[in-house]
Design a protein around this ligand. Structure first.
Ligand code: GDP
Ligand code: MN
Length: 380
């Protein structure tokens, strides 16, 4: 699980690594007002899960709040390196005198953490590695003994770092980053550039954090972020095809598809009454075709918490045979079972299609109560 820069910096702060003061903007509401909350000049930074944003035009320097608002409006929602920019980080510009590179990752050959440090940061580290490999210190750490003092001496000697005060300050950052790397089950933590300011302080101007997916469950703050990232993505997908995706309970297991908010609420009530919990719901609105129903099911099934889907449709403009066709189409491609309750226009034709499909992952509920019972059974 890759973190956005602003999330990585929150972890840095927690672990005692200094980062610039900043604000995060995630929507178009009152941008000019928000940009007043920090001091200038400031850096306006597009939040996407890929590097090299500076070169691609995703990092801009603003001299005042108006300029920052302009950049923010221009970047938010735009594409950068094939990613949509969902958030903008605006931070006080750090008046650095030097830029360093620091990262910790897992060395695949030794299967141990490796600390990588260079006095030549702020640029593509791969380029430095290709042209001046001697300028990069790479030291493998034995995780059983941890980051003992002698490791720092090796790192600093290899990197050509001699000033005692500077060494002391960098040592603190490396120690904090190593603790973060271990505590958060990281696969990579990278600070490029790590900035040195005139007064001697060291500030992380960028943050790249990649966490082992199988360790995420141990960290409540990361679970929340993962859910935010996953769900905002589904809301977007649903919106793109004019469906409404609604997140329900974080520990819910059932997905609900219906037409109209009243229908959805009654499904949620019935599932709750039977002792289940709804993870999310999708409102199809009126007149859904088989293809659109299939697309809706595909979207809902992407929520990792959904273990079974209840589809309850009252056909008016929407025809039950179209719904049935969509269910049959979708079920081939998704790993979760579906329970369907169809009523209204072409109900008989729709039911017949579902029965004839003869699949174990499609069940019919003849009443909403029965459908709710069956969907809870189906998820086990
Ligand atoms: P990346 O290109 O995706 O790695 O984004 P960075 O966060 O590293 O920003 C790109 C470049 O912008 C950095 O290498 C810096 O040279 C510059 N930069 C970023 N933040 C600051 C800052 O606070 N102050 C100054 N002076 N430059 C910055
Ligand atoms: Mn960077």
């Amino acid at each position: 699980m890759k973190l956005y820069e602003f999330q990585g910096k929150q972890l840095f702060k927690k672990c005692g690594i200094r980062t610039p003061e900043g604000i995060i903007i995630e929507n178009n509401i009152a941008i000019p007002e928000k940009t007043h909350d920090i001091t200038y000049p400031a850096m306006v930074k597009a939040q996407v899960l890929s590097g090299g944003r500076g070169k691609a035009g995703g990092v801009k320097r603003a001299m005042n709040p108006q300029e920052a608002a302009g950049f923010t409006e221009q970047l938010l929602g735009a594409d950068l390196k094939e990613c949509k920019i969902d958030a903008i980080l605006i931070e006080e510009c750090v008046p650095f005198i030097e830029e360093y590179y620091l990262s910790i990752t897992l060395d695949s050959a030794s299967r141990m953490p490796v600390v990588i440090f260079s006095k030549h940061g702020g640029v593509d580290i791969e380029e430095v590695a290709a042209t001046d490999p001697d300028k990069i210190a790479k030291v493998i750490i034995d995780p059983l003994i941890g980051l003992q003092d002698f490791y720092y001496e090796v790192i600093f000697r290899k990197a050509g770092l001699t000033e005692p005060d500077l060494k002391g300050r960098i040592k603190e950052v490396i120690a904090s980053l190593y603790a973060l790397f271990n505590d958060y089950d990281c696969m990579l933590v990278e600070i490029n550039p790590l900035m040195r300011v005139k007064d001697g302080s060291i500030i992380a101007a960028d943050a790249k954090v990649d966490i082992d997916d199988s360790g995420v469950y141990r960290h409540p703050d990361l679970i929340a972020w993962r859910e935010e990232m996953a769900t905002s993505e589904l809301i977007k997908q649903a919106k793109a095809v004019k469906f409404l995706y609604i997140d329900c309970e974080p520990d819910g297991t059932v997905g609900v598809i219906s037409n109209g908010s009243g229908m959805i609420m009654s499904c949620v009530d019935w599932i709750t009454k039977q002792g289940g919990k709804v993870a999310c719901a999708l409102d199809l609105g009126g007149g859904a075709t088989a293809d659109r129903v299939a697309e809706g099911i595909r979207i809902l099934a992407q929520n990792p918490n959904v273990k079974a889907i209840l589809i309850s449709i009252f056909g008016g403009i929407t025809r039950c045979d179209e719904i049935a066709g969509g269910i049959i189409k979708a079920v081939e491609k998704i790993p979760v079972p579906i329970v369907a309750k169809l009523d209204g226009t072409n109900k008989e034709v729709g039911m017949k299609l579902l029965v004839n499909a003869n699949r174990t992952d499609i069940t019919i509920g003849y009443t909403i109560k029965e459908a709710a019972e069956k969907v809870l059974k189906a998820q086990n």
